[in-house]
Write a protein that binds this ligand. Structure first.
Ligand SMILES: Nc1ncnc2c1ncn2[C@@H]1O[C@H](COP(=O)(O)OP(=O)(O)O)[C@@H](O)[C@H]1O
Ligand SMILES: [Mg+2]
Length: 395
């Protein structure tokens, strides 16, 4: 039941049981404008999770009797071994997060960390097993309908329809999300303009480049434009220049101009560094740290990163040799596509590079490596990640 309240010249429709879900209607020159942003009168946060937990059942196949295995492999495929065990895997482990309105929070973690699962729960596409999550004050399980009106999903993996034009994809997104019919055309035109796709709006998406697809998916968000944007690795697969432009666009248009809240899952450092107000570091389903990028880096101050390029036939032996030295906090290989064969990139973390370097270079020489380049640098978010998890983002 909606009741009406007048606040000055503004008529407010409110549900008495929950003052957060009112819409405001303003009368200007006899035209009513409905602001479909739910006003969060008493909700402090745009997104809030409390001990949010998700478990998936994982099916493992184990060796079984030979005859049964043959039949089972024939029926179920080569990897089937004849016996099955179902096990539960905790994918999100008591996640507590608070995202303020108008804030951009990055979820930084490697593949499999649980980022998509978390976003899908917030988007009401998955049910949590334990704990609670609220979007604009609404519970994602009990008030899923209201939550859906508050979120803008930008999930590139639920891709666009290739055999439709960009315009048709955008209109479809608008209709799916209940954008008022009279508004659809204007919003589609505006979104196309903003992401720079107006000229190609009537081309089939099949003919689009990866960068254009990324723009289109962002445009689908702009058409829906509910207050909480859930973005799942939105800039994956595009060149660094375009990614930078789009990050700037999100900051300027969504955060500064429209005041939207953005929750952005990523494993790219540049997203976290350039776009996010705060970053939650997530690893194996657990949030291990949340803070501004600057504060996170300050916490690992006293850790210097030494990058070495080494001529070697056995890179693993170098890692073992370095790990045995006093003053080495961590050591691992960087996967660098630009390295010619026989050259390894090694990263060493140490509290004091000056006292470590002589013994490090000696240890590398003893392990039959020849150092050809050394660079020492300040902590990055990747170092923060290693500090908390003991491994790199790409491992
Ligand atoms: N439907 C599913 N059934 C079983 N396991 C799943 C399912 N979806 C995701 N997982 C597992 O949950 C973990 C987290 O996945 P995901 O949330 O996609 O991670 P991320 O987005 O950080 O890469 C992974 O180990 C993945 O294999
Ligand atoms: Mg993912």
């Amino acid at each position: 039941m909606l009741s009406t309240i007048y606040l000055g010249s503004t008529l407010v429709l409110a549900e008495p049981s929950n003052m957060r879900c009112f819409h405001s209607v303003k009368f200007l020159n006899n035209h009513a404008t409905i602001y479909d942003l739910p006003m969060t009168a008493s909700s402090e946060y745009a997104v809030e999770t409390f001990n949010l937990t998700k478990k998936f059942k994982v099916v493992e196949t184990l060796p079984g009797e030979e005859e049964r295995s043959k039949l089972a492999r024939f029926l179920f495929g080569e990897s089937f071994r004849g016996r099955v065990r179902v096990r539960e895997r905790v994918v999100l482990d008591r996640v507590n997060l608070q995202v303020r309105e108008g804030e951009c929070l990055g979820l930084l973690g490697p593949n499999g960390a649980g980022k998509t699962t978390l976003l899908e729960i917030l988007a009401t596409a998955l049910l949590p097993d334990d704990g609670t999550a609220k979007v604009m004050g609404y519970d994602v399980v009990r008030e899923s309908g209201k939550v859906r009106r508050c979120i803008t999903p930008v999930f590139p993996q639920f891709s666009v329809y290739d055999m439709w034009t960009a315009r048709r994809n955008l209109e479809y997104a608008a209709l799916l999300h209940d954008v008022p019919l009279g508004e659809v055309g204007r919003r589609v035109r505006e979104a196309l303009e903003l992401v720079g796709l107006s000229e190609r709006a009537d081309d089939l998406v099949r003919k689009y480049s990866t960068g254009m697809r990324v723009r289109l998916i962002l445009a689908m968000g702009l058409v829906v434009d509910n207050p909480v944007y859930l973005m799942d690795e939105p800039f994956t697969g595009i060149d660094p220049g375009t990614a930078k432009q789009l990050r700037e666009f999100v900051r300027r248009e969504l955060l500064e101009k429209r005041g939207r809240t953005v929750l952005l899952a990523t494993n790219m450092l540049a997203d976290a560094e350039e776009l996010c107000d705060r970053v939650a570091i997530i690893n194996e389903g657990r949030v291990v740290a949340v803070d501004t990028p600057a504060n996170l880096k300050r916490k690992v101050q006293g850790v210097e990163t030494v990058d070495l390029e080494v001529l070697t036939e056995n890179a693993e032996a170098l890692v073992d040799a370095a790990k045995g030295l006093e003053g080495v906090k961590a050591c691992y290989l960087l996967r660098s596509a630009s390295n010619p064969p026989g050259v390894a990139s090694l990263r060493v973390l140490t509290p004091d590079s000056r006292s470590l370097l002589p013994s490090l270079i000696e240890a590398i020489h003893k392990a039959n490596g020849k150092v050809r380049y050394v660079k020492v640098h300040e902590p990055t978010l990747e170092d923060v990640f290693i500090h908390y998890t003991g491994r790199g983002l790409c491992e």
